[in-house]
Ligand binder design. Structure first.
Ligand SMILES: Cc1cc2nc3c(=O)[nH]c(=O)nc-3n(C[C@H](O)[C@H](O)[C@H](O)COP(=O)(O)OP(=O)(O)OC[C@H]3O[C@@H](n4cnc5c(N)ncnc54)[C@H](O)[C@@H]3O)c2cc1C
Length: 500
């Protein structure tokens, strides 16, 4: 990935004229903001970590993640979160050694997978530390074991998702984990953030795929997952899953895999988001549950049509994908009031599903503010959460005069509830970072007030800590600190992340 952008420069997108016109006429976007060359402060001296690189290029590439705030900060020239150096170990034992040296010298260690965090998960606290080290896991990139009988695969943590799929596909298997960050995110990053892919209804969330883990902690190594299921006490794998590098560095992950199967995607129109919501709930609860089930609200459906991403004409567009040979949900969808739109919208979604991050770069370059956030709640609260978060975003971002575009879709469904994924596009204010922070705070408060979770799949990082504390309460926070004390006695593992 390039610095402060998604993907290689050759893959950058140019905004279609329809989108440029919409930005000016509907949002009042006035044009690009001046960009500045990023400037780094001189690095603090670091001890001899395995594979240490203190070059400006390496430090810049490991400065922050991929939230809009990270991107805007980097492009403005300010790089407050660059590490002093980057260590690139190639084995579990070298990771253990990195943690030993870091503990001895009080160096903060930030594990880096694909660097696609959107919650400030790679922005470590510097105060109180002799330096900050980025621990780049890309050197741990092997398929350790493929067990076709048990249908499991053990990957080293730094294996990028496309490479994992490629290696499994060659043997007739798939992991089936396709988040929008698929191109760059890693197996270790998925485990550390409890990621969720676009086909989660069919394959499950990443945490449901994990059967075993190996991790290096500040107190030694952990090897977890001796059997497919176990009643031997609490499941310690769950303490590592979602721990975002604060309790240990995941070095190996064993995942369940499935035989490779084709998926058929189709588009369906519902007269309203409410009608669509009831229908996707019926599918999630009573079946047949497709592997991919997404429902856009009216605003997202309209924007997709206006930008040529779909030709759904009014109402709300649902994308439904099911495995070849699995129960076809078409009859049930029709019964539930959906109008079939054929395979074209499904094919268009499949073709464009990893393009949004490139489009965000182009929007930011053009002077627009573009960002996403997500939550999840139970079905009975979903309509209220949907409206209150949308209203919070519209009201705060509309303060400047021109109303923003706020769109939403149901991205993942469960028997008991679903996740809501919002995308906003607005004209950038004078200080776009402060502008987004106030909108994000209003949205986070609305999520919390409606009883929903502050994150369904992006994780906690730095940005969600306050709401996370409210969500788990003081006993929950104390439990996290007790685990931290046990696994990170020198308090060097990703300080400032996750723990309120
Ligand atoms: C455009 C875009 C789309 C996205 N779409 C999705 C989506 O559809 N679904 C989804 O779930 N998420 C999505 N995300 C969020 C992000 O991609 C996920 O959180 C992903 O799991 C992060 O993986 P990574 O390898 O990039 O980890 P990183 O971003 O490098 O790290 C994430 C956090 O985990 C820690 N970490 C990383 N590797 C390890 C390790 N081996 N051991 C311990 N700690 C580690 C890091 O320190 C950091 O705190 C998206 C992000 C972007 C930018």
């Amino acid at each position: 990935m390039t610095t402060f952008r998604w993907g290689a420069p050759a893959d950058a997108v140019t905004l279609p004229s329809t989108v440029r016109d919409l930005l000016t006429s509907a949002l009042g976007v006035t044009g690009p903001r001046p960009a500045a060359e990023p400037e780094l402060t001189p690095p603090a001296p670091l001890p001899a970590f395995p594979g240490l690189d203190t070059s400006t290029d390496a430090r810049l590439r490991h400065a922050g993640g991929m939230s809009t705030e990270d991107l805007l900060t980097g492009r403005s020239g300010a790089v407050p979160d660059a590490p002093d150096g980057v260590a690139r170990p190639t084995t579990h034992d070298e990771v253990v050694e990195v943690l030993r040296i870091a503990g001895e010298h009080r160096i903060a260690v930030v594990p880096h997978g694909g660097r696609t965090s959107v919650v400030g998960g790679l922005r470590a606290v510097r105060e109180g530390y002799a330096g900050v080290l980025a621990l780049d896991l890309s050197g741990l990139d092997r398929l350790v074991r493929l067990d076709k009988t048990s249908r499991t695969a053990t990957f080293e943590a730094g294996v990028a998702a496309p490479k994992a799929e490629e290696m499994l596909n060659a043997e007739g298997f798939t992991l089936g984990h396709f988040p929008q960050s698929f191109e760059f995110a890693t197996i270790g990053g998925f485990a550390a953030t409890r990621s969720s892919g676009q086909a989660s209804a069919g394959f499950g969330r990443f945490d449901q795929m994990v059967v075993g883990l190996r991790a290096a902690t500040g107190a030694g190594s952990l090897d977890l997952g001796k059997a497919p299921q176990s009643a031997a006490g609490p499941d310690l794998r769950q303490l590592l899953l979602g721990s975002e590098g604060a309790f240990g560095v995941v070095t190996e992950v064993t995942v369940r895999i499935r035989p490779l199967r084709e998926l058929t995607y189709t588009g369906w129109a519902f007269p309203s988001f409410e009608a669509g919501m009831q229908a996707v709930r019926a599918l999630a609860q009573d079946g047949p549950l497709p592997a991919v089930l997404r429902l856009s609200d009216e605003a997202e459906t309209m924007i997709n049509a206006a930008t040529g991403a779909s030709d759904a004409n009014g109402g709300c567009l649902a994308i439904v994908g099911w495995f070849d040979g699995a129960a076809d949900p078409s009859a049930r969808l029709t019964e539930l009031g959906a109008e079939p739109l054929g395979e074209a919208p499904g094919k268009a979604w499949e073709a464009g599903r990893f393009r949004a991050p490139y489009l965000r770069d182009a929007l930011l370059d053009a002077g627009a503010l573009a960002e996403t956030l997500e939550t999840a709640t139970f079905w009975d609260r979903l309509p209220e959460t949907y409206s209150s978060v949308r209203d919070a975003l519209v009201n705060t971002l509309g303060d400047a005069g021109t109303p923003p575009i706020v769109m939403c879709h149901i991205s993942h469904v469960y028997e008991t509830g679903a996740s809501l994924y919002y995308t906003v596009v607005a004209a950038q204010a004078e200080d776009p970072i402060a502008q987004w922070r106030s909108a994000k705070t209003a949205a986070g408060d609305a999520i919390s007030a409606s009883g929903a979770t502050i994150t369904h799949h992006h994780g906690v990082g730095r940005d969600h800590k306050a709401w996370y504390a409210t969500e788990i309460g003081p006993v929950g926070v104390a439990m996290l600190h007790a685990v931290k004390q046990a696994t990170d006695p020198h308090n060097v593992l990703n300080p400032g992340i996750l723990l309120p």
